[in-house]
Design a binder for this molecule. Sequence first.
Ligand SMILES: C[S@@+](CC[C@H](N)C(=O)[O-])C[C@H]1O[C@@H](n2cnc3c(N)ncnc32)[C@H](O)[C@@H]1O
Length: 179
Amino acid sequence: MIKFANKLRDELTEKENINFSVGDIRNIKFEDNKFDIVYTTRVIINLPTWEDQIQAMDECFRVVKPGGKVIFSEAFYEPLILLNAMRLIKQLPPLVEHDFNRYIKKEKIEKYLTNKGLSFECDEFSSIYYLGSRFLRELVTNPSDYKGYSNPINEIFYEIEKKYSGGGFGIQQAYIIKK
Ligand SMILES: C[S@@+](CC[C@H](N)C(=O)[O-])C[C@H]1O[C@@H](n2cnc3c(N)ncnc32)[C@H](O)[C@@H]1O
């Protein structure tokens, strides 16, 4: 991924100071208060315990500047439960997270952020997408006719989600936190 990212950077016409490196989010190798923005996408959910997840989030807050932003775009537990409740109404089997994932409980992260005295907002950008692609899709098409994400309903709801957000069904959500 780094090799590919470096290649894309080298192809930019305007040369920017962009660097990529590999590291452990639980022990970030940069000094305190360095960055304007720290952003994760489905990284914290790969850590095995809540303690590891806290360590990772603490590290993100350590390296962001005061007044800077931390964005955790991760997968959450409560929307999974809500989606499965909807699926149950139509006798669809529950969705389960992969063994290597530990979806974050919104209740826990919000308590953690509040205890740290941080103000935050949550962008539920994927709710309509999940409702379409993990529930309605199963009612109007035969999902086994399509491989992976190729069912056209996914694309349709991906487009709709750009206009509407909220609803609580989106497993992928983004916490936007000001330090
Ligand atoms: C689901 S992928 C997401 C990758 C990328 N953010 C994206 O959206 O395409 C999870 C990523 O978490 C990384 N990861 C897992 N444990 C990590 C750790 N302890 N520190 C840093 N990254 C980790 C993996 O290497 C992998 O790239």
